[in-house]
Design a protein around this ligand. Structure first.
Ligand code: IPE
Ligand code: IPE
Ligand code: MG
Length: 256
């Protein structure tokens, strides 16, 4: 039952410790205004800023944002190039502010595909903020849930080849330790903007018991209002983790 989070004594509800977001709908936001899709990505950066502010204010421990999937390389070259340049620009521009706000920035995903320039910026940003103790902000870039499971498996096979690991050592907890986000609380709430109801190869293992929240709001329009609505929806849910509703309610009353 390790996944059951602590309950807030006042409300009897557990507020989310870890929120993950599929930031979707940038292209449609721009297209509906007769603009190029890239303008939607540019505007999306504002929504990221606002969401980081909201998460910090709520006291969330970790925020994981899906910025670029392992499948997004399939997009037109100009759009991919723009997204890479934007990532570089935003990292350069925002990292000092993140550091000032005690935020620890992590990039999760296969960074080997990025340019040397981008890799250097990512390394510098992670190093600068490594010792910060506030919000952990994970940016998933060239991330895929299947990639994550495969890279974890490779690490374990490597250890087995070295004779350091038996197949019986591989439990769920042991396996999970090799995955991205292992050191953080489990994802409590996964939000997807843009109206589609799918995971699109985001965190596959890590979402096992997350509450899923889908909104039609397009990512550039996502702000304080939409964030609070998502959190309110989360708080209204009953998380059962395989138990019965009666068991959960008894446990909630005990911990009040
Ligand atoms: C999400 O917005 C951003 C990325 C995937 C990089 P989209 O670009 O997917 O926007 P839509 O879904 O086409 O509107
Ligand atoms: C998911 O959005 C990836 C990100 C938001 C970074 P997509 O727009 O790529 O997802 P699909 O293609 O509609 O499933
Ligand atoms: Mg999309």
């Amino acid at each position: 039952m390790s996944q059951i989070p602590a309950v807030d004594a006042a409300s009897g509800k557990a507020s989310p410790r870890h929120i993950a977001i599929i930031m979707d709908g940038n292209g449609r936001w721009a297209e509906s205004r007769g603009k190029a899709r890239i303008m939607g990505h540019k505007q999306g950066v504002e929504a990221v800023r606002e969401t980081v502010r909201c998460a910090t204010r709520l006291g969330v421990e970790a925020l994981t944002l899906f910025a670029f999937s392992s499948e997004n390389w399939r997009r037109p070259e100009e759009e991919v190039n723009f997204l890479m340049e934007l990532f570089l620009l935003v990292l350069g521009r925002e990292v000092k502010k993140l550091h000032k706000n005690n935020i620890k920035l992590r990039v999760i995903g296969d960074c080997s595909a990025f340019s040397a320039r981008l890799k250097k910026k990512i390394d510098e940003a992670q190093a600068l903020t490594a010792d910060n103790t506030g919000l952990v902000l994970n940016v998933a870039a060239n991330y895929g849930g299947r990639w994550d499971i495969v890279q974890a498996t490779r690490q374990l096979v490597e250890q087995a080849v070295q004779g350091e690991l038996q197949s019986s050592d591989i439990t769920e907890d042991f396996f999970a330790k090799q995955l991205c986000l292992a050191e953080l609380p489990a994802v409590d709430l996964m939000i997807r903007t843009g109206g589609d109801h799918r995971i699109s190869n985001f965190l596959l293992w890590q979402l096992a018991y997350a509450e899923l929240y889908f909104t039609d709001t397009l990512w550039p329009d996502f702000g304080e209002q939409a964030f609070s609505e998502a959190v309110a929806a989360f708080l209204s849910r009953e998380r059962r983790f395989g138990c019965t509703g009666a068991q959960v309610r008894a446990w909630m009353n005990e911990s009040k």
